[in-house]
Structure formats: C-alpha cells, structure tokens
Design a protein around this ligand. Structure first.
Ligand code: ATP
Ligand code: SF4
Ligand code: MG
Length: 339
C-alpha cells in the first residue's frame, strides 16, 4: 500500500542575500509500505533537500511547494505541531555523521531514555529500557554496552546506534541520508544489511540517499536517479542498474567503482549551479547523446517499462521537431558549459 506520495514538489532556498536556488523541481516520488528505495545522484543534485523535504525537516530559508502526503496526511503547509507529532514516531531520519548527533556527555542508555520519554510519556522506565535494548539488539549492539559513552564505540557502531535510536520509535518510514559515506566498505556492507533486515522485519519503508548506484543495486527494491533537482529516471533497482534508460544513469553507473573496475571513468564536467541551470534538458551540456532538441525543449517523461520512467528525448524520438534530432554540436556544448 502507498505510504508516501510526493507530487509536483518544488523546493527553493532563498538565502537572505543572493539568488534563489531551485534545489528540487517538480518531482514526483512514491514509497509503498516496507519498500526500500534508493535516491542516487552526484553531489549538489538535491537528494538531501528532497529527503528532508518529504519529512518536513528543511530550514526556514527553504520554501516548499507541491504536495507530500504521508499515510493520507498532507505534510506541505502542515503546522510545526502536526509535523512534530508525526516525526519520530512515524518518520525518522538517519544522518551521515552520527558523532554530531550523539551527545558525548551522555551514555547511550540516556540517549534512548530521552528519545522515548519525549515521544511517549506513558512508558515506564522498565519499558523504556526493554524497548531500547531490543532496538540495540536488532542492530547487533549487546546489552553490556548500554551504559557506554559514544566515544567508546567505533564509527560503524555509532552509526548502528543512530539507526537503533530511530528504530526504537517504530517509524513507518525512515530517510537514511548517506549513512555509510564515512565508513569503510566492510562496515558499509554491514550497515546496508542491517537496513535491509529492518525493512523486512519491521516493514519499515526506507529512502536511502547515496552517491553510489552500486549500493542501491544490492540493497534496494527501487531506485530514483536525481540530476540537477529533477528525478530523471525511476524503476526497479535491477532494471536501472543493469539496463539504465537515461544517459545520466548510464554515466553514473559507468563511474561506479566495484571490485571488477579496471579503468576509472568519471562523467566529464560537474552538475550545474542550481541558481541558473541549463535550459531544456539540464544534462545536455554533459550528455554524450545530446541532440539539438535537448538544448531547446524540456524532455518528456516516458514510461519505458513496468513501473519505469525516464525523462529523455531518446525515448520520444517521434515527437522531436523536424531537424532537431541531429547531434548537438560540440561548440554549442562548450558554450553551454561555460554559461
Ligand atoms: N541550507 C541551504 N541553503 C542554501 N542552499 C542550500 C542549502 N542546502 C542545500 N543547498 C543547495 O541546494 C542544492 C542541493 O543541495 P543538496 O544538499 O540537497 O544536494 P545533495 O544531492 O544532497 O548533495 P550531496 O550529495 O553533496 O549531499 C545545492 O545547490 C546546495 O548548494
Ligand atoms: S534529453 Fe537529450 S541531453 Fe538530456 S539526457 Fe536525453 S539525450 Fe541526453
Ligand atoms: Mg546530501
């Protein structure tokens, strides 16, 4: 059943001085109960903004428009009180840097006690302790470590504690924003396994934000690829990571490092400045397949398979105006890159 539904979501940051940054533009995204969805893209493409936007957790300088419904309730425009009521018990956020979220002066047991007390005043101390130890157990932290301080744990263990601190409230959905970026590959694999277990044992929906398409291939059911504020491709994790339909997904996949990587590939250039992104297809200055139309007209979103969509002119060649399907000339590309 559908749990989260985002429709036509736009987020703009409006710094007090400076220009408006269009971090998310007209995005649709759904999450079903217990679904594990990966949100991938390079740095600055708007992944965290979208992930926090759907939780109603953006700073006040960010303005959100569109609709985000969670279990039938509209979150865009909801009061802080309504959002607080949902957040924690229903919606959780796991951050990249656990140490910045754990208070070094408090024992792990005190973190759990405070979290549970804030959200449910009816629980007794014994009940809070039981629930905390269960949550810690589900991420592989033994009860003997309950009274330790944050600095007594490794980075990977601290991340597991952060996950347990979110889980202890039994949320229906969790956004995990690059939870493994600061960790080595073995610990990263452990954390991904824990997230996959949580999904199956608690039926929690997870939105996993990452730069790495390789990670989503292993862990996720579905993937959304984000570029310059847009979701440019969505589909099953298997389809997108084995047969990407959008040139950006293909380039991102080619630049993923794996054990079998023999030659490093990186996408030339960088994602655009979102104050003034390229016209029409935002990827056209970097796209090896760019045609004239790509710099002139916004590409259509085309259904390219079961539960699969891609925003690219390559899938709508019959709709390209006469003469516009020719390759975009390199001078035009260079000029667009300079702009
Ligand atoms: N608090 C903020 N104020 C102003 N601009 C912001 C703020 N947070 C993000 N941005 C801008 O919004 C755009 C999207 O940023 P966001 O952090 O959502 O991207 P991201 O895909 O999560 O990147 P990364 O992979 O580096 O975390 C960027 O241009 C960024 O500079
Ligand atoms: S619309 Fe054109 S420029 Fe954009 S990704 Fe497709 S082919 Fe490349
Ligand atoms: Mg981010």
């Amino acid at each position: 059943m559908k749990l989260l539904s985002a429709r036509g979501v736009n987020v703009a940051y409006m710094p007090s001085r400076g220009q408006r940054i269009w971090a998310v533009r007209d995005v649709d995204l759904d999450l079903a109960e217990g679904e594990f969805v990966g949100l991938v893209g390079e740095s600055g493409c708007g992944k965290s903004t979208l992930g926090r936007g759907v939780l109603g957790l953006l700073p006040t300088a960010a303005k959100t428009a569109g609709s985000v419904t969670f279990a039938g309730q509209e979150l865009v425009g909801a009061s802080i009180r309504e959002l607080r009521r949902l957040r924690g018990p229903s919606l959780g956020l796991i951050f990249q840097e656990p140490m910045t979220r754990l208070n070094p002066l408090l024992r792990i047991s005190e973190h759990f006690d405070e979290t549970l007390r804030t959200h449910d005043r009816s629980l007794t101390k014994a009940q809070r302790r039981r629930r905390s130890l269960d949550a810690l157990g589900s991420v592989g932290i033994p009860p003997t470590r309950f009274d330790n301080y944050p600095h007594e744990f490794s980075g990977g263990m601290r991340q597991r504690i952060m996950i347990a601190l979110v889980l202890v409230l039994n949320p229906a959905m969790v956004v995990a924003d690059e939870p493994t970026t600061a960790l080595d590959v073995l610990v990263e694999a452990q954390i991904l396994r824990i997230l996959a277990d949580i999904k199956s044992s608690y039926d929690t929906a997870i939105l996993l934000i990452t730069h790495n398409l390789g990670i989503v291939a292993e862990a996720c059911d579905r993937v959304a690829v984000m570029y310059a504020g847009r979701i440019v491709e969505q589909g099953s994790a298997y389809d997108v990571t084995t047969k990407p339909s959008h040139p950006y997904s293909r380039e991102l996949l080619n630049s993923t490092i794996s054990l079998s990587t023999t030659k490093l590939h990186s996408i030339p250039g960088a994602p655009p400045n979102l104050v003034n992104p390229p016209a029409a297809c935002r990827f056209h200055p970097r796209c090896p397949d760019a045609m004239k139309v790509c710099a002139e007209l916004w590409p259509p979103t085309v259904v390219t398979g079961p539960a699969r969509r891609s925003e690219c002119w390559l899938h709508a060649k019959e709709d390209i105006p006469a003469g516009q399907a020719a390759p975009l000339e390199r001078e035009t590309l260079a000029a667009a890159e300079e702009a």
